[in-house]
Write a protein that binds this ligand. Structure first.
Ligand SMILES: NC(=O)c1ccc[n+]([C@@H]2O[C@H](COP(=O)([O-])OP(=O)(O)OC[C@H]3O[C@@H](n4cnc5c(N)ncnc54)[C@H](OP(=O)(O)O)[C@@H]3O)[C@@H](O)[C@H]2O)c1
Length: 243
């Protein structure tokens, strides 16, 4: 077992991809990691994998769009740990890169997972986060939600710009800014992370980055000294990305 640091970190959508890798890296740094997943079997397999590496990892079932799951999660954390130090709103979907035209159903479902769910989960966990000495919320966003990049670099990014995904991440960035201000009085620090274009089911195998490197942006935001935390900003590899 790695040396524990008494901090509890919860990552949504952590049965695979960047979420699982963030869990692995934080687990190896001594955080107790709670991997949530909508499929409990996939979540258990992921947490068993991390436990075998020496991490203190647990899995909890959570469909991020299900209010009952969110309520259950909050009472489970309250009973088991009595606080939460780190929340990574990582679960995300992209339904529009299949070559078919998008439609309002795809846009609505994407907004539900990528934007409404992070809002609902954070709201529900604020009472537990406010009991931490150093609470942090990281919203896993994307450069594809950067309005200024879309405006200035359209020819480079247009292939990847879809209504549901990009507006969900632009909205998530605004949520980050709002929460960083409104949760300041509770000493909860909030930032958005862009991992890069990473090889995962969502990023596809065409992506240039491996998950280890992709996860490092979130891990740095979780571990950076409190006085250097970039409150209310969108960050990639330690650098600010314009809104
Ligand atoms: N990969 C990239 O290049 C890239 C770039 C920019 C931003 N991001 C962001 O990084 C985050 C992680 O993406 P990834 O690349 O690791 O994708 P991924 O491998 O497809 O993983 C996505 C995760 O989200 C979960 N999820 C989806 N809908 C859910 C729901 N309703 N409830 C609970 N979990 C749900 C998935 O669970 P299931 O296994 O059950 O589907 C999976 O665990 C996303 O927010 C994504 O937008 C990724």
């Amino acid at each position: 077992m790695n040396k524990q640091n008494n901090k509890i970190a919860l990552i949504t959508g952590a049965n695979k991809g960047l979420g699982k890798e963030i869990g692995r890296q934080l687990g190896l740094l001594g955080y107790t990691v709670i991997l949530t997943s909508r499929d409990i079997k996939a979540g258990s397999e992921a947490s068993e994998e991390l436990v075998a590496l020496g991490c203190n990892a647990l899995s909890v079932q959570l469909d991020v769009t299900n209010p009952k799951d969110i309520a259950k999660l909050s009472s489970y954390l309250k009973t088991k740990f009595g606080k939460l130090d780190v929340l990574v709103n990582n679960a995300g979907i992209s339904l529009e890169w299949d070559g078919e035209p998008t439609n309002s159903d795809k846009v609505r479902r994407t907004l539900e997972v990528n934007l409404i769910a992070p809002f609902a989960i954070t709201e529900s966990l604020v009472p537990l986060l406010s009991l931490s000495e150093d609470a942090r919320v990281i919203n896993h966003s994307s450069m594809l939600g950067s309005i200024s990049s879309a405006e200035t670099n359209w020819e480079h990014v247009s292939t990847f710009m879809t209504v549901g995904y990009s507006t969900s991440k632009a909205g998530l960035n605004m949520l980050t800014l709002i929460q960083s201000k409104t949760l300041e009085s509770k000493k909860i620090a909030v930032a958005s992370a862009h991992p890069g274009w990473v090889k995962t089911d969502l990023g596809t195998q065409e992506a240039p980055m491996e998950v280890e490197e992709g996860a490092s942006t979130v891990v740095k935001l979780v571990t950076v000294a409190r006085d250097q935390f970039p409150h209310g900003q969108l960050i990639h590899q330690g650098e600010r990305i314009p809104w």
